[in-house]
Design a protein around this ligand. Structure first.
Ligand SMILES: Nc1ncnc2c1ncn2[C@@H]1O[C@H](COP(=O)(O)OP(=O)(O)O)[C@@H](O)[C@H]1O
Ligand SMILES: [Mg+2]
Length: 253
């Protein structure tokens, strides 16, 4: 039986989709079976990140009872299963037989890890995703606006009685304008799953339409995502070698 993780933040543009894509790819690199679902209906972009083709059957058909969820899965060359979305909010109405939540939950029969990328804000789209969640992962940037919005996401999760697995702090530049990690931890009071540095390899991977863990596996961002995946699976990761460390410090990785 699989587990459903929802990636959320409260705020747009913080790195949710990047995190959903790379966590999925990183877990898949550990030979785990992963499905990624785009529940970002108004501005879906998982398809863009993976260069997914237009699929004949999507979540829409499933919600209308015209297809089974398995038929809406597209397999990326890396082995990740993707359910792109081209839905509008009105498609999110529960059908008379099944709720949207139940349909998403059917994926637990198909995959070990189901990652739901959610939209910006904490509106209806995000709530539908959160309802299906077994665990919630919060993505935040180290600034007060992003952290404040994440706090709202944490509170919403509490209200909905959904466990928060933890925080991924991303686009970290380590400069003096950023909010110190200790303050962020104090404000959010959730476990820190990992830190992803600001890394130009992430933008490059978007152009190549693949996850950075595939396009530049030795980049700092890729290694940080692999570390988080390893942690989620309870696996140990190889220590960074001095050469790797040197190359990343001088900006060659
Ligand atoms: N670690 C990172 N380093 C550099 N750029 C990043 C990083 N993470 C995300 N980005 C960039 O930030 C932008 C927003 O990321 P995205 O994942 O689409 O955010 P969201 O889904 O929260 O709106 C994208 O252009 C993406 O390439
Ligand atoms: Mg997004």
């Amino acid at each position: 039986m699989g587990k459903i993780y929802v990636i959320t933040s409260g705020k747009g543009g913080v790195g949710k989709t990047t995190t959903a894509v790379n966590l999925a790819a990183a877990l898949n690199k550990f030979k785990e079976d992963v499905t990624i679902v785009d529940t970002n209906l108004t501005t879906p972009n998982i398809g863009l990140y993976f260069g997914a083709p237009i699929v004949p059957i999507n979540l829409n058909h499933v919600l209308q009872g015209k297809a089974e969820i398995e038929e809406a899965i597209y397999e990326h060359e890396s082995g990740i299963k993707i359910i792109p979305s081209s839905l509008s909010l009105k498609d999110l109405q529960d059908t008379k037989d099944k709720s949207v939540k139940d349909i998403i939950k059917e994926l637990k029969e198909v995959s070990e890890h189901i990652i739901l990328d959610s939209s910006a804000g904490l509106g209806e789209e995000t709530r539908v995703a959160l309802e299906a969640a077994d665990e919630i992962i919060i993505v935040t940037n180290p600034n007060i606006l992003s952290v404040t919005d994440s706090l709202k996401a944490v509170k919403l999760a509490e209200e909905m009685k959904k466990p928060v697995k933890g925080l991924i702090l991303t686009r970290v530049k380590d400069d003096s304008t950023e909010m110190p990690i200790e303050n962020i931890r104090e404000m959010l009071e959730i476990p820190l799953l990992g830190i992803i540095p600001e890394d130009k390899s992430v933008g490059e991977s978007l152009v190549k339409k693949n996850a950075v863990v595939h396009t530049k596996p030795k980049s700092r961002a890729a290694r940080s995502y692999m570390d988080i995946a390893a942690k989620m699976l309870g696996k140990k990761r190889r220590q960074e070698s001095l050469v790797d460390r040197f190359l990343s410090v001088v900006g060659l990785r």
